[in-house]
Design a protein around this ligand. Structure first.
Ligand code: COA
Length: 351
């Protein structure tokens, strides 16, 4: 039996056709393709089709965003919540639709509307003719992204769409396994993604780069953080023992953006910070490689695209929701309750 409190590493809880994470080799396969190839050439819409097939539901994502838009006017209180993930959780909980296409469309509309409300601007309606990821960005920033930015946000959505049995996906599958509805599964998954050990790290990565300020201070900053017993955000992973392959994909996207004149101004600092963090962590944890994870360059990329940092985790959710929906559908087909065991270590009754 797995040691209690171990975090369930190595325990297989499902057979899946959706994605495969090889943590030793640093290899991620999504719907039969390597993440590097998917991000380079396959649009998010097509990846959703490969993950969900006919189970996606009727119509395309553009039409689904448009169907979700009238909900924004009815969600004033939820959309005004300060924390973007709280707002998204509250909005998602109101969904009365079951088709994945509608859930994915609505999440994108909610995420963008919450970003606008936080900027004290009016939410913007979707453009059903536009592609899903670039339209999500436009609804948020108010500017139609040019080709390099549209390509970069699409590559980001594809890169993070699914990732094995991560905490939020497992949450969604557990909820689906009880026979509950997709709204409940997605709402629960949003709650799991909110945590800084899972999807909540990219905002803090940017805070870290702000605090470091310049490349030559990176080494000293890392040492003082680790001396204070704090974790370096964007570093380390439960499964990867090498650099997260998604970090390389997103780093390349930032590089492409910079080459196209959409400067992040952060790439050099981020690379210096990553090297310094790697060195400092190698000294303190020689037993365990702690390298950059997906969130490190997520922060740099989303900032370059004009996404406000409070919306980094919600934008992650806007992409990952497609993976959650695919896992919910897969779990429904399994049709068996997920119900593990615990070891009782409490008091023994006297009689
Ligand atoms: N910075 C500093 N130390 C770290 C670290 C980090 N980013 N990640 C792991 N460690 C240390 C832990 O403190 C622990 O040290 P200890 O044994 O002396 O207590 C050791 O490495 C093992 O950590 P553990 O908590 O068992 O690893 P995990 O598999 O549970 O953690 C993460 C994986 C992702 C939760 C962890 O690496 C982390 O907290 N990273 C920062 C948050 C982050 O970037 N999250 C996004 C993930 S995609």
């Amino acid at each position: 039996m797995q040691e209690a409190g171990s975090g369930l590493e190595g325990v297989v809880v499902a057979d899946t056709r959706l994605s495969d994470v090889d943590g030793e080799a640093g290899r991620l396969v999504i719907a039969g393709s390597r993440v590097e190839a998917l991000a380079a050439s396959v649009p998010f819409e097509e990846v959703v089709r490969r993950l969900l097939g006919d189970e996606a539901g009727e119509g395309d994502l553009g039409a689904a965003r448009l169907r979700a838009w009238p909900r924004v006017a009815r969600l004033v209180d939820a959309l005004a919540m300060k924390d973007g993930m709280d707002a998204l959780r509250a909005c998602a909980a109101t969904l009365d639709v079951a088709a994945p296409v509608d859930i994915i469309g609505a999440v994108s509309v909610f995420v963008a509307a919450n970003a606008r409300v936080r900027m004290k601007r009016e939410p913007l309606p979707p453009n059903p003719a536009a592609r899903h990821a670039p339209d999500t960005l436009r609804m948020m920033t108010g500017a139609t992204p040019g080709d390099p930015s549209a390509k970069a946000i699409d590559a980001y959505f594809v890169t993070v769409v699914d990732h094995g049995m991560n905490a939020s996906t497992f949450t969604a599958r557990v909820i689906a396994s009880t026979g509950s509805d997709p709204t409940s599964a997605v709402t629960g998954a949003i709650g799991a993604l909110k945590g800084p050990l899972h999807g909540g790290a990219p905002g803090p990565v940017l805070d870290m780069l702000d605090a470091i300020g310049s490349a030559e201070r990176a080494e000293e900053w890392m040492a003082s953080e680790l001396d204070a017993g704090r974790r370096i955000m964007g570093m380390g992973h439960r499964v990867y023992r090498v650099r997260d392959p998604r970090a390389a994909v997103l780093e390349r996207e930032v590089q492409r953006l910079e080459a196209a004149g959409v400067a992040s101004g952060r790439l050099a600092l981020a690379r210096a910070a990553e090297r310094a963090a790697e060195r400092a962590l190698a000294v303190r944890h020689p037993e365990r490689p702690l390298r950059a994870n997906v969130e490190f360059y997520t922060a740099v990329l989303l900032e370059a695209l004009g996404v406000p940092r409070e919306s980094f985790s919600p934008v992650f959710a806007a992409a990952r929701v497609a993976g959650w929906c695919a896992h919910v559908a897969e779990q429904k087909r399994v049709g068996r309750l997920i119900r593990p065991s615990s070891r009782y270590v409490g008091a023994t009754p006297q009689a």
